[in-house]
Write a protein that binds this ligand. Structure first.
Ligand code: URA
Length: 222
């Protein structure tokens, strides 16, 4: 994936570029055909210094209308589960792999992901969270650079470069597959445990061990 140049930044070190600068470069984007059918670009929302960033697939109908991620049924489901990780919506940052709604909620296509993902990459570098929670296959495959499905990857944490990665089911999928919800809850509990064991300001609490073994795929972020 090409590294996107943000005007005014020579090196674009982690946390150097603001989310507003990235959104400026995105502009009134028509880099892929989704730009022709969307109502609003859904850039992302939340704490720009969040420890945890959630990554979804792409906006649905409500998100397209409101310009904000996870405000529809999947968002309500996510909100109801965040406390399992000891988190609130105000403490996290949420973005999607593609920033415009695929028509009829179809899957984003490879060319659309290719066009949009440099923006997600820059958002990740701007927020520079400790943990990336990947909701569903598209986010998981982008972050872990794998073709494997989330069903096989979930249930453990991965270390990729700076980030601890938690692949898990998409909350929308759990609306239809209610038997997946306990697994999503387990994954969020694992994220909560990791956060407690790794306070932001430094070392792990006594008696804890690193919970993030090496990722099977190469790191996305160096
Ligand atoms: N599903 C997603 O993947 N993202 C949203 O923003 C909403 C639903």
């Amino acid at each position: 994936m090409p590294v996107m140049h943000i005007p005014g930044h020579e090196h674009q070190r982690p946390r150097e570029v603001s989310l507003a600068e990235i959104e400026d470069v995105l502009g009134n984007c028509h880099r892929c055909p989704l730009g022709d059918t969307r109502t609003n670009i859904v850039f992302g929302v939340g704490d720009p210094n969040a420890r945890v960033m959630f990554i979804g697939e792409g906006p649905g109908r409500n998100e397209d209308l409101q310009g904000e991620p996870f405000v529809g049924a999947a968002g309500h489901k996510l909100d109801s589960l965040l406390s399992i990780a000891g988190l609130t919506r105000q403490q996290i940052y949420i973005a999607n792999v593609v920033k415009c709604r695929p028509p009829s909620n179809r899957n984003p296509q490879p060319g659309e992901i290719e066009a949009c993902s440099p923006f997600l990459r820059e958002q990740i570098r701007s927020v520079w969270p400790d943990v990336l929670v990947c909701l569903g296959n598209f986010a998981t495959q982008f972050v872990l650079r794998t073709d494997k499905g989330v069903t096989h990857l979930r249930g453990r944490l991965y270390q990729t470069g700076h980030f601890v990665v938690a692949p898990t089911f998409h909350p929308a999928a759990c609306i239809y597959h209610s038997d997946w919800q306990p697994l999503l809850e387990q994954d969020l509990a694992m994220v909560g445990a990791w956060l407690r064991e790794h306070p932001r300001d430094g070392a792990a609490q006594p008696g804890t061990t690193p919970a993030a073994p090496a990722a099977p795929e190469g790191p996305k972020e160096e």
